[in-house]
Design a protein around this ligand. Structure first.
Ligand code: NDP
Length: 254
């Protein structure tokens, strides 16, 4: 279907070298987009680029810490110069530090907020001129069930993911006139490196997730290909400012 076709488009996926970011990058590549994979781990990025290239698109690895404003500026310049344009930004890089508020240090708080929320601001602001000049673009931000719910062990993470939804809405309002749509995806519990540790650190988590998820399974990274293509393509041109759960029904379970 042509409204889902991304041929000729260029996407930046932060944290696209693994986990949910790689799942979305695979979907975007299968729809025809060229991909810039952003991460700090060069080995992981190299493997992701090899995989994406084998799907028949151009892909590059950009080593950058997305909390660093200058690095983000260089990243956007490099993508524009090597891939020629920027149409899609996926703000997916994220971390968690699992401690209750009274045990969390300021440095830990800042590290989570900077990685999960400030990075989305830095990257979105940096790509806006290119998208505006191209008369349109798509910003896709990754929230969480913690954008809706909370947990005693996730004060900074929940604050950052709640913030992502409101930041998305602000961008949607500010940039609608530039034909830039901004939307958020709220993943449920997904089997990635991030949650492997959670299953060890939070006792009973695995069973609780299965019991509360109507789909009765953890999500996989390829569950994010379809939503990424939809939100990156002309099919979603009248969809902006939303936060769409991709959670096997976790968020509607009473
Ligand atoms: P992973 O740990 O598998 O992936 C996180 C990615 O972020 C890595 O590719 C990592 O790359 C990158 N990253 C982290 N910090 C930085 C940084 N400072 N600069 C550049 N890249 C960075 O986790 P997930 O795939 O699970 O998580 C992806 C997103 O989905 C996150 O925003 C997370 O909060 C969210 N999410 C995940 C859920 C889950 O159940 N897994 C549920 C809800 C939301 P590198 O190490 O190379 O820097």
């Amino acid at each position: 279907m042509s409204s889902f076709n991304l041929k000729g488009k260029v996407a930046i996926v932060t944290g696209g070298n693994g986990g949910i970011g790689l799942g979305m990058a695979r979907g975007l590549a299968d729809a025809g987009a060229d991909i810039a994979v952003v991460g700090r781990n060069a080995e992981k990025s190299k493997a992701a680029v090899a995989e994406l290239t084998s799907r028949g698109v151009r892909a590059i690895a950009v080593a950058a810490d997305v909390t660093d404003k200058d690095a983000v500026g260089r990243l956007v310049e490099r993508v524009a110069s090597e891939l020629g344009r920027i149409d899609i930004l996926v703000n997916n890089a994220g971390i968690n530090i699992r401690k209750p508020p009274h045990a969390l240090e300021l440095e830990e708080w800042s590290s989570v907020i900077d990685t999960n929320l400030t990075s989305a601001f830095l990257c979105s602001k940096a790509v806006h001129p290119a998208m505006k000049a191209a008369s349109g673009g798509k910003v896709i931000n990754i929230g969480s069930m913690m954008s809706i719910f909370a947990a005693s062990f996730a004060p900074a993470y929940a604050a950052s993911k709640g913030g992502i939804v409101q930041f998305t809405r602000a961008c949607a309002c500010a940039w609608a006139a530039d034909n830039i749509q901004a939307n958020a995806i709220l993943p449920g519990w997904i089997d990635t490196d991030l949650t492997k540790r959670a299953r060890v650190e939070v006792s009973g988590l695995h069973e609780r997730v299965l019991a509360r998820t109507p789909a009765a399974r953890w999500g996989g990274i390829d569950d994010f290909a379809g939503i990424a293509v939809f939100l990156a393509s002309p099919a979603s041109d009248f969809v902006t400012g939303t936060a769409i759960p991709v959670d096997g029904g976790f968020s509607i379970m009473g």
